[in-house]
Design a binder for this molecule. Structure first.
Ligand code: GLY
Ligand code: MN
Ligand code: MN
Length: 463
């Protein structure tokens, strides 16, 4: 948790941007896993955390911009709660820590909102992503849960994104603290990538390190020898010499800030020639992208440059042919790199994606392309100092996609399908780092995590 001044400043800035009306914030509730009392690990809503810092369920808050009043609604624990969950400070005292003087019982929330509705006042709320909160909004505002998203406040969304997109030094410290734990996760994980071991042994170890670091995983870890499946959460394979293992994972700090790192390694410690060539390609794509990052540069142009590197290298390997720029314009590279180069990172691993991917990564001047591959680019707009983003190029050989494209003779002018066929069992490679945009360029955050070929091989050897 930050100093109360931080939360006060954040809320004041928000009021200045939205200008009038009531801003309604809902906390996340507990989420049942298989019955009501057996819940998933609790995760607060990130916007609630950002403006109010209170990391527990059963809360709502209203900022009345016109009346200059800020209220947190919630209930103090009763004896039953205390017996099962232990004593907690009174809500009033917790609110003082975040600079809110007015704490009221949760029962007062609907009356406050009904009064505002009666007076015809504007109530701004954010689009809910949990059905419980959509139902809560239905009860509070009388808008059907299925439709409530359509009535979310575009001004509120825009103001929150504008503020949360620019990370201050305290937030950077948090992300770097998450990365310090993540570096330890990778140190252990890479040394465990040995023939005979199961993916799940590594998955268990890295989650343990995240928990021991004071947080939890920021998202379910990807630990797989089938990296060609982009979000593969199956951990049951036994690794064999010659496999490529992708580990895409990150953790959160206690305050909720995330890291998001990917490394790919040869099981047993030595890349085969073909693996090394593709690995160097991905590394070159990332190096090129990192060198381009600076304020004013659009992330779409960085993504497209990385795609050009792929084509150039793949021409040398005989997998592609023709003009580099024409191949990229046609989207031919997306057979191997079907996802985007990266996304914003902060309190969420895909930061603020609940508020709308287009609202976060695009703007009036930057529209999303419908082209396969480019359509998945989550961040395309111009970069600004204070943005934190991921740079995560990848190359995959996805048999089903290769079959489909080949049958359709798609981009046949740029792809040597006979050669691609030899890579059907290759799997995938992705390399991901987290970068802060600074006035001079981009700064890779956190301690180094082995990435160059020699360093990766050494890390797998446990050295
Ligand atoms: N871990 C998901 C991603 O890299 O976006
Ligand atoms: Mn990732
Ligand atoms: Mn990522």
């Amino acid at each position: 948790m930050f100093d109360k001044k931080t939360y006060q400043q954040r809320r004041n800035k928000l009021c200045k941007q939205v200008k009038s009306g009531l801003l309604l914030f809902l906390s996340n509730g507990e989420s049942p896993m298989n019955y009501a009392a057996n819940t998933f690990h609790y995760r607060q809503d990130s916007t609630f955390l950002y403006f109010f810092g209170l990391n527990f369920p059963g809360l709502a808050a209203i900022i009345d911009i016109d009346e200059n009043r800020q209220t947190v609604f919630g209930n103090d624990l009763d004896m039953d709660d205390i017996i099962w969950m232990g004593p907690q400070p009174a809500l009033k005292n917790r609110c003082l820590k975040i600079g809110v003087a007015d704490a009221q019982p949760l029962a007062n929330l609907s009356e406050t909102l009904h009064n505002a509705v009666r007076l015809g006042r504007k109530i701004h709320f954010l689009p809910p992503y949990r059905s419980e909160n959509a139902l809560w909004l239905e009860r509070l505002l009388g808008i059907r849960a299925e439709a409530v998203k359509n009535f979310a406040s575009a001004e509120f969304v825009k103001a929150v994104i504008a503020q949360r997109s620019l990370k201050d030094p305290d937030e950077i410290k948090e992300i770097e603290a998450a990365l310090t734990v993540t570096a330890a996760m990778y140190r252990e994980a890479m040394a465990m990538a040995q023939p005979g071991a199961y993916e799940r042994e590594i998955a268990g170890r890295i989650e343990g390190i995240a928990l021991a670091g004071g947080g939890q995983l920021a998202f379910p870890a990807i630990v797989t020898i089938h990296g060609e499946t982009l979000h593969n959460h199956y951990h049951g394979n036994r690794m064999q010499k010659g496999d490529l293992l992708i580990i895409d994972s990150g953790c959160e700090t206690e305050a909720g800030y995330a890291s998001d790192i990917t490394r790919t390694m040869p099981v047993g410690g030595k890349f085969a020639d073909r693996q090394q060539a593709v690995y160097e390609t991905v590394l070159d794509m990332q190096r090129t992208a990192l060198a381009m990052i600076r304020p004013g540069v659009s992330y779409r142009s960085v993504h497209l440059k990385a795609c050009e590197v792929l084509v150039e290298r793949f021409k040398d390997l005989g997998l592609m042919k023709g003009s580099r720029s024409e191949a990229v314009a046609a989207g031919a590279h997306a057979l191997f790199f079907p996802h985007g180069l990266g996304h914003m990172l902060g309190l969420d691993v895909h930061d603020m994606e609940d508020l709308g991917e287009n609202q976060v990564g695009y703007d009036e001047k930057t529209k999303r392309s419908p082209q396969f591959g480019l359509a998945y680019l989550r961040l395309a707009k111009k970069l600004e100092p204070g943005h934190v983003l991921t740079v995560e190029p990848g190359i995959y050989f996805i048999p089903a996609l290769i079959d489909q494209w080949q049958a359709e003779k798609k981009s046949a002018a740029f792809i040597n399908y006979a050669e691609v066929d030899k890579y059907r069992k290759f799997g995938g490679i992705r390399i991901e780092d987290n970068v802060l945009v600074i006035p001079q360029g981009g700064r890779v955050l956190g301690p180094p995590i082995p990435k160059e070929i020699a360093a990766v091989q050494k890390a797998v050897a446990g050295k």
